[in-house]
Design a protein around this ligand. Structure first.
Ligand SMILES: [Zn+2]
Ligand SMILES: [Zn+2]
Length: 437
């Protein structure tokens, strides 16, 4: 672990207050937010015309961001006022649109089957094409993958036992499959016709969390299984996939290789395809807008479940860690760039995989509170830039800050933590090699 040799004291160039500067991180002022987001470099040279275009684009972006900001803040307020509300009018609208999409698929299929049964062969050909289209548009269910990343229950009994405890505590069912990846995230989903549950744990995130924050992470993910998150439901999810497939299939071909009469035909077909595509995009955007509200609501609710389970403090710590993704990537890239001694037989040199996870955990734990605060405020300032399906992390933290502190209802003991770590060791070795490769 390396601490700064000396914290330099300098004055803020903007407000003059004294700043503690850690040379490993950008200097910034918590008082006036000077240098909260350090500029990437000098602005590129632009002609007056380019400059005007740049300003116009910036204004449009700002207006868009202001809209998103207003929307997420309104949702946050409505949630804090009425946390129990599950489905709003938006949700019913989205479900109705999804229903129309499924009906359309069904109609294409039934109509095409009728055409196939016709006596005239051109009609039959049309019917076959229709059936193919209907098959392509079928509701997609996803499937549980049994690859190297999937852990069996007998391979990781302690991890599954913890997952089962968490699932039971939030009122869910035991998970069917746990997968571990090298990512800095985690997710929970239901797949296939049997709706088997799959928990995915990204080891970069898991590693930099404290044991109790890991409980909070599991609480959040299993919370998704019980909080009525409509985006994850078969009805909406499959409709979104159907529309996306249709959009990809219909995108007009702009290569323009046709000749003679075909040019006119291609032109008409292209215009028709373009119109249908535009309509699909409008519907997709609408569905996204309608479901993102319930999706954000679901995220907040999962956070509350996590806090009830692992303690508000642990859940908040887990969220704060989510802001450290960039720091984690920096550590990883630095380690990847570091020349490693070649392993010669029995030389005793540690393989890089062993060092990687330890170094990652140490260096991320070493990120000082001032840098964490900078990242939190950056999340607050860049509110408008966030993906609308995820609430901004600082609002998720704010929601937890309003909760009583309280004690955890599920605690992860040392023996359990050690057992889980031992079970994850083979995956760690494999994934570190890939991450540093
Ligand atoms: Zn200042
Ligand atoms: Zn979530």
């Amino acid at each position: 672990m390396h601490r700064p040799s000396a914290a330099q004291a300098v004055d803020c160039p903007s407000c003059g207050s004294s700043l503690d500067v850690d040379e490993r991180f950008p200097a910034w002022c918590p008082g006036c937010e000077w240098n909260l987001s350090p500029a990437a470099g000098p602005a590129p040279h632009r002609t007056p015309r380019q400059q005007r275009g740049h300003l116009r684009a910036a204004r449009r972006r700002a207006a868009r961001e202001a809209l998103v900001r207003a929307r997420v803040e309104k949702l946050y307020e409505s949630l804090t006022e009425d946390p129990a509300r599950r489905h709003d009018a938006n949700w019913f609208g989205a479900a109705a649109i999804a229903g129309a999409v499924h009906l359309l698929t069904l109609a294409v299929f039934t109509g095409s089957v009728l055409l196939v049964c016709d006596d005239r062969w051109p009609v039959r050909v049309l019917g076959v094409i229709g059936v193919v289209v209907a098959v392509l548009l079928r509701p997609r269910l996803g499937r549980v993958r049994n690859d190297a990343n999937a852990l069996r229950r007998d391979e990781a009994p302690a991890l599954y036992a913890l997952a089962d405890r968490v699932a039971a505590a939030v009122g869910g069912k035991p998970v069917d499959v746990i997968r571990v990846t090298g990512a800095f995230n985690a997710s929970f989903g239901r797949l296939g016709l049997l709706r088997r549950s799959e928990l995915t744990l990204g080891l970069q995130l898991w590693t930099v969390l404290t044991p109790q924050q890991r409980v909070a992470l599991l609480g959040h993910e299993f919370g998704h299984g019980v909080n009525g998150d409509s985006r994850r439901g078969l009805w909406l999810d499959s409709a979104l996939r159907t529309l996306s497939t249709l959009h990809t299939m219909l995108l007009p071909d702009r290569r323009g290789s046709q000749r003679g009469a075909m040019v006119l035909f291609a032109l008409v077909a292209g215009v028709a395809q373009g119109l249908v595509c535009r309509l699909i995009r409008v519907v997709l955007r609408l569905l996204h807008r309608l479901t993102s509200r319930s999706g954000q609501r679901a995220e907040y609710r999962a956070d509350i479940l996590a806090a009830e389970l692992a303690s508000t403090e642990a859940a908040r710590g887990m969220l704060e860690t989510l802001l450290l993704e960039q720091s984690v990537q920096t550590v990883r890239l630095r380690l990847r760039a570091t020349p490693r001694p070649r392993r010669t037989g029995g030389s005793g040199t540690q393989p890089p995989a062993v060092d990687f996870w330890t170094t990652l955990a140490e260096q991320v734990a070493d990120v000082p509170p001032l840098e964490r605060e900078r990242l939190r405020r950056l999340s607050a300032r860049d509110l408008g830039a966030v993906d609308v399906s995820h609430p901004p992390t600082h609002l998720r933290m704010q929601l937890l800050d309003q909760r009583p502190k309280g004690l955890p209802s599920l605690e992860l003991g040392d023996a359990e933590t050690t057992a889980i770590e031992a079970e994850l060791a083979p995956a760690r070795k494999r994934l570190a090699a890939a991450l540093l490769g």
